[in-house]
Design a protein around this ligand. Structure first.
Ligand code: PMP
Length: 292
């Protein structure tokens, strides 16, 4: 990813893509004092940009450090970057990390750096997979308890679990992993939230130890608008047997139907497809009204 033309916003300046490097003794690299965002631009405008910028700041605080920019400043930087790179449909990756001022485990003396990169959107899954549904395997790794890790942060530390889970799932021939939580309840995939359709209603786990995704909240609001009942509740893995449809939500995944979880199969059905279409309509309409 480092050998490209273009620019990256780094600590307030646009630097050539290949020059956006950091030192090997960065605190963030050794002790996972890093937080990031995943944003998506549609027709040149980032969907829910302010919410993402605010979540980056909130994630920093959860990890014990202050991101030294306001959400408004990050919004401006993001818009300028997208314009400079002439990105129409793309992915935006802001990241903040503690620097090289200390090798102590405590990041208190460390300077916090911020970078924002953006690139034209490569699909997470092929359009065919998006239509046919993806295959998930239940991971042996679990989402930790809220008193074990800052589970509300979109922090690099938490993604070590996702990295382990997803590479094991892929090695076994699956597309992604489903993580249970510390209690053994259904939690989420490695980069997206989980929904099941049971008796015509949407059921989704309570986000008490994983991200309450921006897409998750958007899809819940859409379902209610479309008259589909939504139930947020603790959910056991055995409940997969009662579900007719299953799908994931996330900035990158949008609404992604699931074809199977382990050996339990689902249909790529009407409710998931209706919510995918509604989501795509919403992001397109928002981009138009932003005037990008
Ligand atoms: N859970 C995890 C672990 C994620 O990485 C993401 C993607 N940010 C989500 C859930 C969904 O969050 P959002 O809808 O805000 O992208």
């Amino acid at each position: 990813f480092d050998d490209r033309d273009g620019v990256i916003w780094l600590d307030g300046e646009f630097v050539p893509w290949r020059a956006a490097r950091l030192h090997v003794l960065s605190h963030g690299l050794h002790y996972a004092t890093s937080v990031f965002e995943g944003e998506r631009a549609y027709a040149g405008a980032v969907f829910k940009l302010r919410e993402h910028s605010e979540r980056l700041l909130a994630s920093g605080r959860e990890m014990g450090f202050e991101v030294p920019w306001s959400a408004a400043e990050l919004d401006v930087a993001t818009r300028e970057l997208i314009q400079a790179l002439d990105i129409h449909d793309g992915y935006v990756r802001p990241v903040a990390w503690c620097g090289t001022e200390t090798m102590s485990v405590s990041p208190r003396q460390a300077h916090v750096h911020v970078a924002i990169a953006a690139w034209p959107w490569p699909h997470v899954f092929t359009p065919a997979a998006q239509q046919q549904g993806i295959r998930l395997a239940t991971a042996r790794w679990r989402r930790p308890a809220p008193n074990t890790a800052p589970v509300r942060a979109k922090g690099g530390a938490l993604y070590a679990i996702g990295a382990l889970a997803r590479q094991e799932a892929e090695s076994a021939g699956y597309d992604d992993a489903l993580l249970l939580d510390h209690r053994g309840l259904l939690a989420e995939a490695t980069g997206a939230n989980l929904f099941l359709v049971i008796d015509g209603a949407l059921h989704t786990p309570v986000p008490d130890c994983f991200l309450d995704g921006i897409t998750r909240r958007t899809v819940i609001a859409a379902a209610r608008r479309l008259g589909i009942p939504v139930v947020e509740r603790p959910m056991a893995p055995a409940e997969l047997a009662a579900a007719t449809e299953a799908f994931l939500t996330g900035t990158a995944y949008e609404v992604q139907p699931i074809r199977c979880i382990d050996d339990r199969e689902f249909t790529v059905g009407d409710i998931g497809m209706a919510l995918l279409k509604d989501y795509q309509h919403t992001v397109a309409a928002t981009a138009r009204s932003t005037g990008a």
